[in-house]
Design a protein around this ligand. Structure first.
Ligand SMILES: *[C@@H]1O[C@H](CO)[C@@H](O)[C@H](O)[C@H]1NC(C)=O
Ligand SMILES: *[C@@H]1O[C@H](CO)[C@@H](O)[C@H](O)[C@H]1NC(C)=O
Ligand SMILES: *[C@@H]1O[C@H](CO)[C@@H](O)[C@H](O)[C@H]1NC(C)=O
Ligand SMILES: *[C@@H]1O[C@H](CO)[C@@H](O)[C@H](O)[C@H]1NC(C)=O
Ligand SMILES: *[C@@H]1O[C@H](CO)[C@@H](O)[C@H](O)[C@H]1NC(C)=O
Length: 374
């Protein structure tokens, strides 16, 4: 069973590689953890952050300070103060679309740009995300949180099996989950609350296929749950547009898919958020510049869904705790918390989980976030 399930996933990923050119699954065996390279020191005034930053638009922005805001922790860290830039727009929405942005992103391949995607597909999608609601992750008008925004980001790592962290996770103001986020049967370990679900159409559909037999039968749905689309290629723009319009996907790889089968019937524009391709580029350049990009399949490299969602939380919440993310003792745990029998963590050539794991460790040690470890 184990092997054949693994094989199914393998084939699925290979199939998606053939069709999307992104998720090419190859085992990658790096021997060492990669350290974050030191950067040249810049003046610390250039990274100063103030709550009243004069931004032209109501961007996804940090709320009032807390006792231990992660922003302060980043500013006090010799390395991270030059990496974090809290003014880079996290989300893309209609008003940010300009001719200059089109020309810039048209030069870059997905997920960092729009190469090969038509102007019409981009504009018609972004025109549906053209209110201030699409500009921010947290709807401040409806949340009672006037102080510190505390977020939990829940990855799917085996470390959560038997962790009994559910109540702790649910006690956060917002809970982020991603991909094959199985909840039923694991409530005591992973909680039940989901405020945001992050994915690419490719990873969402692969998760529904590969983990169905392990309990991932639908993506989380709830009236105050929001979806974070990671624009990994044209499929994400088409699915997003179709979801808001409430119509089947008209063309392409997902042609005929009914978005409401994934996201439920109540699918207004306010339900969906779209990561800005330039935010993804910034994250890759500053935090996740993997040496894999110099290797044979380097063009396939992108940060994992978990990394993108955790870094999104780190750029929007005041405090962040990460659960189910890879730790240095990952070999003690199964790949996912919901496997019935221990399975080793799978390393794919398009992600650099060791680099990511090292980043989580460094952020934890810097006091910028809390990483759940055992
Ligand atoms: C940042 O720069 C100011 C002066 O511009 C200096 O007083 C302060 O100590 C610096 N802080 C750090 C963390 O380097
Ligand atoms: C912040 O610090 C004050 C004083 O140290 C304390 O009373 C308060 O409970 C703290 N608030 C939070 C959210 O930790
Ligand atoms: C931070 O990002 C903003 C928006 O992209 C940019 O204008 C600014 O130059 C960046 N600052 C630093 C220090 O990188
Ligand atoms: C967003 O709305 C503004 C008017 O408020 C309009 O000028 C702009 O073209 C819209 N953007 C898109 C991408 O439709
Ligand atoms: C999960 O934990 C239980 C009990 O702690 C253990 O028996 C089981 O093997 C674990 N599952 C995996 C996949 O490691």
């Amino acid at each position: 069973m184990r092997t054949s399930n693994g094989m199914v996933l393998w084939l699925l990923l290979l199939f998606s590689a053939a069709s999307s050119g992104l998720l090419f699954a190859f085992y990658y065996s790096a021997k060492h953890l990669t350290n974050i390279p030191a950067r040249e020191t810049r003046s610390n005034t250039s990274v100063s952050y103030s709550i009243k930053t004069e931004l032209p638009e109501p961007l996804t922005r940090k709320h009032e300070p807390c006792n231990h805001s992660l922003v302060l922790a980043t500013q006090q860290h010799y390395l991270f103060k030059d990496k974090f830039n809290f003014t880079v727009p996290v989300l893309l929405y209609g008003k940010l679309f300009t001719q200059e942005l089109w020309e810039r992103l048209n030069q870059q391949s997905a997920p960092y740009g729009w190469q090969g995607i038509s102007y019409q597909d981009i504009v018609s999608t972004l025109s549906l995300l053209n209110t201030s609601i699409s500009a921010q992750l947290f709807d401040h008008s409806t949340t009672q949180h006037t102080g510190c925004i505390r977020c939990a980001v829940v990855g799917n790592g085996g470390i959560l099996n038997g962790s009994r962290q559910g109540a702790q996770i649910d006690s956060h103001d917002f809970v982020f989950r991603l991909n094959g986020a199985v909840i039923k049967g694991y409530e005591k370990d992973v909680g039940t609350k989901t405020s945001f679900y992050g994915f690419t159409v490719n990873t969402m559909k692969n998760s529904l296929k590969a983990y169905k037999h392990l309990g991932f039968t639908s993506v989380p749905k709830h009236h105050d749950l929001h979806y974070i689309f990671i624009p990994s290629n044209i499929r994400d723009y088409l699915m997003l547009k179709s979801a808001i319009l409430g119509v089947p996907v008209p063309e392409g790889h997902d042609k005929g898919d009914k978005p409401q089968t994934y996201f439920g019937p109540d699918a207004s524009a306010s339900k969906f958020k779209l990561l800005h391709p330039e935010f993804i580029s910034y994250l890759k350049e500053r935090f996740l510049k993997s040496e894999l990009i110099y290797k044979k399949y380097g063009y396939l490299y992108m940060p994992s869904t978990g990394a993108l969602i955790l870094l999104t939380a780190l750029h929007t919440c005041d405090q962040v705790s990460a659960y189910g993310f890879m730790t240095s003792n990952y070999q003690q745990f199964s790949d996912h918390y919901y496997e019935q029998k221990k399975r080793p963590v799978v390393f794919y050539v398009n992600h650099d989980l060791r680099l990511e794991s090292n980043l989580w460790k460094n952020l934890h040690e810097a006091g910028i976030m809390h990483l759940y470890q055992r």
